[in-house]
Design a protein around this ligand. Structure first.
Ligand code: AP5
Length: 216
């Protein structure tokens, strides 16, 4: 199964991809996570990406496309993959189509998760992530058992640098301008499935499993 998760920042793409990756045993590829790992390791890519991410802007297409193309050639992607946060522009979407075509593959479906803007702001400003294993929490909707500590690995929970209200608002604007047009792009290809993400995460996951059954 090869699928893409589309949706605004905070829609729950990461939360749902993590669950589905375990269920289907195929890799969850998040371009945001790849950049954050590089920032942590202070690589040249990380230093470059941080300039854009801290401002809530998109990292340039050529950089992102190369990273994803290389990642898709790795052996764990043979049986499928799920892309979270890529593509985000029409240039990226076309580059993905071309890369898959060269590999003799195509996308099975694109899952578009919809959530109202006010809810997105509250989800993002309340999000906490484990510094060690990346598990996602929310101070209100999905709090850890012990405040500030990851229930899975005991790591420290931190707030992402781009989850401040000002940067979240910028990210939402960028999403509307650059990424939302991909809804039409994939609708025209007849592979878009829209889910109501404004429900409990477990309910969204049940809807997601039902939706992908129809596109295998
Ligand atoms: P990225 O890391 O991809 O961030 P994003 O797309 O902005 O998405 P988020 O991770 O913020 O949200 P999500 O939808 O995954 O929500 P989550 O599940 O965590 O990108 C970051 C930056 O990297 C970009 O701004 C850009 O600079 C750069 N970048 C990345 N990819 C790029 C690309 N392709 N091109 C160019 N630049 C790129 O959930 C959010 C919160 O809500 C959590 O606290 C969670 O617990 C909670 N939650 C989840 N579901 C529910 C629910 N159903 N009910 C209540 N709470 C919920």
């Amino acid at each position: 199964m090869r699928l893409v998760f589309l949706g605004p920042p905070g829609a729950g793409k990461g939360t749902q991809s993590e669950k589905l990756s375990k269920e289907l045993n195929i890799p969850h590829i998040s371009t945001g996570d790849i950049f954050r790992k590089n920032i942590k390791e202070q690589t040249t890519l990380g230093i470059k990406a941080k300039e854009y991410m801290d401002k809530g802007l998109l990292v340039p297409d050529d950089i992102v496309v190369e990273i994803v193309k290389t990642r898709l050639l790795e052996s764990d992607c043979k049986e499928g993959f799920m892309l979270d946060g890529f593509p985000r522009t029409e240039i990226q979407a076309k580059a993905l189509d071309n890369a898959l075509k060269e590999m003799g593959l195509k996308l099975d479906c694109v899952i578009n998760i919809e959530v109202p803007s006010e809810e997105l702001i509250s989800r993002l400003t309340g999000r906490r992530v484990c510094k060690e294993c990346g598990t996602i929490y929310h101070i209100k909707y999905d709090p850890p058992k012990i405040e500030g500590i990851c229930g899975l690995c005991g790591g420290q929970l931190i707030q992402r640098d781009d989850d401040t209200r000002e940067t979240v608002e910028r990210r939402l604007k960028v999403y509307r301008a650059e990424t939302e047009p991909l809804i039409k792009y994939y609708t025209d290809k007849n592979i878009l499935i829209t889910l109501d993400g404004n429900k409990d995460a477990e309910e969204v996951f049940e809807d997601l499993k039902g939706a992908i059954r129809g596109c295998i």
